[in-house]
Design a protein around this ligand. Structure first.
Ligand SMILES: [Zn+2]
Length: 209
């Protein structure tokens, strides 16, 4: 009996090792740890390779684009002002870009910086426009948000400080990130193709103000 038990334990242990080994190999192969080279290359290649426009210095301790409260209120609608400048959140589903499947560029409502592309937009089912990556990580700032008893990562435009939404780590491949963004923080500009979006992005990067 003892001998039989030991044999059973040994076989079980051996099987566990074999199965475990396969599982480790399998999970390693599926690990979304690096971005494939093809990711949104068309739209992002200039953004990552180009220098920022001359009016955008992200190295300082102030946002490059500053406006008075009166200027913000004049530029923005009530809901845009509430969300972008007062850290508000618009209602899910009842916002213009959640269902938008058109090809094009999403610019910051506060300063026109190109932040997101339709080529990285996906249907998250949350009721807010969702993207798996911004066009250029340099233009998206992050802060820790502990409001409402939750710890979340708030994201904002690094050029003018306008609140955009939050980023979560439950997004789809290839980044595993979900940028959950308010429509009220964005202005959509339609484009004919990914290449046309890229050209719009390049124009912003080559601007000298
Ligand atoms: Zn902005």
């Amino acid at each position: 009996m003892n001998h039989l038990s030991r044999t059973t334990i040994s076989i079980t242990a051996l099987l566990s090792l074999i199965v475990g080994g396969f599982l480790i190999q399998f999970s390693m192969a599926d690990e979304p740890n690096t971005l494939p080279e093809s990711i949104d290359e068309t739209v992002s290649e200039c953004a990552s390779a180009c220098g920022l426009p001359s009016h955008v210095d992200l190295g300082g301790d102030r946002f490059p684009v500053l406006r008075s409260d009166a200027e913000w209120q004049e530029r923005l609608t009530d809901i845009q002002y509430e969300v972008a400048r007062k850290q508000g959140t618009e209602r899910p589903f009842a916002n213009p870009y959640n269902d938008n499947k058109e090809t094009g560029l999403y610019r910051c409502v506060g300063c026109d910086t190109p932040l997101f592309s339709s080529t990285t937009k996906f249907d998250s089912g949350t009721g807010w426009p969702s993207f798996f990556t911004p066009i250029d990580k340099r233009t998206i700032g992050e802060t820790r948000d502990v409001s409402y008893g939750m710890t979340r990562v708030e994201v904002h435009c690094a050029v003018c400080g306008s609140h955009q939404g939050h980023v979560f780590s439950d997004g789809p491949e290839p980044t595993g990130l979900r940028y959950c963004i308010n429509s009220a923080s964005l202005n959509f500009e339609a484009a004919e193709s990914a290449d046309a979006i890229k050209k719009l992005v390049e124009v912003w990067y080559s601007e000298a103000k």
